[in-house]
Design a protein around this ligand. Structure first.
Ligand code: ZN
Length: 338
């Protein structure tokens, strides 16, 4: 009951990348950069263990961004042909690389950091990948001429990567799909099927993370336009509940998501976001326990994991780990009380 985990990313030390920003530039280059990425991965896992996290992640220490980290090793994606475009339904602008030919994975993209992560911990290991819909929403298309076709082409590549990660001993593969909270009808129509394609044949645990984004300015402004009751999950959870994905990670703490929407996930493990990533204020264990207790009104406690609302990459290093400690203490407290 209430195993603890995190949505994925953690801040990087300043000897690896510029702190407190998304798309943080690397501090080093070449072999020293590779060594620093591996050291940061191992260190991040140790710090998660010390904080009391049960299902740890590589902290996404070896990638600059959760989408582009994977794309960097895909043939057919031209990073020299960047197009400034509105993404997540024009919520913000980003310089997106262009797909210029058929897609092919050059190699096992995350092999090095996954090996380091696996060798560092005996705990359950989670590894995150971008979901197909979110991937194509962060790219310009100069080849396929059909967004859905391009999403399924990526699903195939993600499936190869996921199978390699599984072979290395990764326990949970989580696909990040913030786009599922933006394109609701499309999510049901082809987003979930593309995600299932990405998980085809996997025997390890599969998860999907659906959030309202990192705690950055553009997202905070967007959230202000969503009104008092955020009901996006209401449209997509029934389709996810019918899917083969086993876990769903959602926002709860300091969000306007009506908690009763969790009821729609009848058969899934629910990763309840009990840590706000848009605030540097550290939750108390009591606050975490209260969020988990609230979730038990709608989901059997055995199906609940304590999680963060989203990744913590742009946060302050010490705040992020203090929040993870609070998460573990809050889960312990909730276990005792219930
Ligand atoms: Zn997120």
């Amino acid at each position: 009951m209430f195993e603890t985990t995190l949505a994925g990313s953690l801040p990087k030390p300043s000897w690896l990348a510029t702190p407190n920003v998304l798309w943080a530039p690397w501090t080093l280059t070449g072999q020293p950069l590779q060594e620093a990425k591996e050291d940061a991965t191992a260190l991040s896992i140790r710090r998660q263990e010390e904080a009391g996290i049960d299902i740890v992640s590589d902290g996404e220490q070896a990638r600059q961004h959760f989408v582009h980290g994977f794309l960097a090793e895909v043939d057919g994606v031209d990073f020299d042909k960047k197009v400034r475009m509105g993404i997540r339904n024009n919520r913000y602008e980003a310089d997106c690389p262009t797909v210029t030919s058929a897609l092919k994975r050059r190699r096992f993209v995350h092999e090095k950091e996954a090996r380091v992560a696996r060798a560092t911990t005996a705990r359950k290991l989670k590894f995150t990948l971008p979901g197909p819909m979110t991937l194509i929403d962060t790219l310009a298309d100069g080849h396929y001429g059909d967004r859905v076709k391009m999403a399924f082409a990526f699903a195939e590549l993600l499936n190869q990567e996921a199978k390699d990660l599984e072979k290395l001993g990764v326990d949970v593969i989580q696909f990040d799909e913030p786009a599922f909270n933006v394109y609701l009808a499309e999510t049901v129509e082809w987003g979930v099927p593309a995600l299932e394609k990405a998980t085809e044949g996997l025997k390890c645990t599969t998860a999907v993370h659906i959030c309202y984004g990192y705690g950055i300015e553009a997202n905070i402004k967007w959230k202000e336009t969503l009104g008092e009751s955020w009901r996006q999950y209401e449209q997509t959870f029934p389709a996810l509940d019918r899917s083969r994905i086993q876990q769903v990670s959602l926002e709860c703490r300091q969000s306007h998501v009506p908690p009763e929407l969790m009821k729609l996930l009848k058969s899934k493990t629910v990763l309840v976001g009990a840590i706000d990533v848009a605030s540097e204020k550290i939750e108390t264990p009591e606050e975490v326990a209260a969020t988990l207790k609230l979730a038990t009104q709608f989901v059997d406690p055995e199906r609940i994991q304590a999680c963060t609302n989203c990744g913590m990459a742009p946060m302050t290093l010490n705040t992020a780990y203090a929040k993870l400690r609070a998460l573990a203490q809050g889960a312990a407290l909730a276990r005792k009380v219930l």
